[in-house]
Design a protein around this ligand. Structure first.
Ligand code: KG4
Ligand code: ZN
Length: 365
């Protein structure tokens, strides 16, 4: 079965053509347009701007995905996401399904992130599996007993990991979206610099010793804001090795986006590294707790934050040490894309009528 899949939940407008292949899914075309640049000047997503950009991009993106291809069905993610953005994809998918007289398949965007692990020509994950879903709006641990039987087993009590990455980046004066920028800043710290300075700026690892699968990230965000404003941070003198660092970077006040201090880049990168250590440690610890508790055959990582280099490496290490398989989508299928929506439509088809409405608050299960 060949499916045209449409994704418009937030600031990416995407269309893909995918087909079933063995037990998984093969991607024939995958087109993504993003309105990220428009949002960068505001330091975050402006829903009205995102929806307008969806309208501008949706038809060109679909036309590009469909070149030389006919499909058997139309799939669309109908939530969670921003109402204005969701409406564009959902209404477009309805019109296409109706005019082509093809089935319309609805897809939960978070389910699609997880099922991105079935894309490609490699082995598909063996079930049962524990899934860690980390995106801008979600941080959840789920148990997948089959392709359709999923149970929520834990997650954040407050902010999602991606959201905290974005806020921390803003505090450190890095552009939106913060996750990839924090990742880059953190990876500029050499192992030598890290070993010398890793105890200088310590952030908390909330609930890390708590035996439950609950997580919390808002405390890390608050701690980084306090740290940047503290005298310690402003007066800390970087190690001899980096005395050549010239120029300053702007650190922004978390609420008002105004510069509160000038400091050198090493401090910022070091703090970004400590931040990613803290978030990663919590995510890995909780996932491994779930592994011990549920004894799965695989662990799956999914969502935009699954693109994070440190998290991919650290979780893979622990899972493989435990002796089970680790899966994470290729980078291009971690962030929002339509190939994952097509994968979900093929693996968990949910045919629906032309009365389909967006549901901005859908959960992962
Ligand atoms: O799944 P996604 O593309 O959109 C949602 O469904 O929310 O996730 C976006 C989130 C953003 O918070 C972004 O900063 C974060 O994923 N992200 C990263 C990285 N790449 C994207 N966070 C940490 N490291 C990255 N490399
Ligand atoms: Zn997403």
């Amino acid at each position: 079965m060949k499916v045209l899949a449409i994704e418009s939940t937030c600031d990416e407008t995407a269309a893909a053509v995918v087909e079933n292949f063995g037990d998984g899914v093969r991607v024939i075309k995958n087109i993504v347009a993003s309105s990220m640049e428009m949002h960068q000047k505001y330091g975050g997503i402006v829903p009205e701007v995102a929806a307008r950009e969806q309208i501008r991009s949706i038809i060109p993106v679909i036309i590009e995905a469909l070149v030389d291809t006919e499909v058997d069905a139309v799939a669309v993610s109908y939530g969670p996401g921003l109402m204005g953005s969701l409406l564009i994809g959902v209404e477009t998918a309805k019109v296409l399904a109706w005019s082509w007289k093809k089935p319309l398949l609805r897809v939960n965007h978070m389910t699609a992130h997880v099922l991105a692990n079935w894309i490609g020509e490699n082995n598909v994950p063996e079930l049962p599996a524990v899934g860690l879903v980390v995106s801008g709006g979600h941080t959840d641990l789920i148990l997948l007993e089959s392709l359709t039987k999923w149970t929520w087993i834990g997650g954040t009590r407050d902010d999602a990991a991606g959201e905290v990455y974005d806020k921390a980046a803003r505090i450190l004066g890095l552009p939106y979206p913060g996750g990839p920028e924090m990742d880059k800043a953190a990876s500029k710290i050499t192992e030598e610099e890290w070993n010398k300075n890793k105890n200088v700026f310590k952030l908390p690892r909330p609930l890390i010793h708590d035996p439950r699968l609950d997580m919390s990230f808002s405390g890390i965000k608050a701690a980084i804001a306090r740290m940047v404003e503290s005298e310690d941070f402003k007066t800390w003198i970087p190690g001899q090795a980096r005395n050549d660092v010239k120029g300053g970077v702007r650190f922004l006040d978390s609420r008002h986006g105004v510069p509160v201090a000038r400091n050198d880049e090493l401090k910022r990168n070091l703090l970004a590294r400590e931040f990613s250590e803290a978030v990663t440690e919590v995510l890995v610890k909780k996932t491994m707790l779930a592994v011990e508790k549920y004894q799965p055959r695989s662990v799956l990582l999914a969502g935009g934050v699954a693109a994070n280099k440190k998290l991919r490496e650290a979780l893979r290490n622990e899972v493989e040490k435990y002796g089970i398989n680790f899966f994470v989508p290729e980078l291009k299928y971690c962030g929002d894309n339509a190939a994952m929506v097509g994968a979900a439509a093929i693996l968990r088809p949910e045919e629906t009528g032309l009365d389909l409405k967006p549901d901005p608050s859908l959960g992962v299960v």
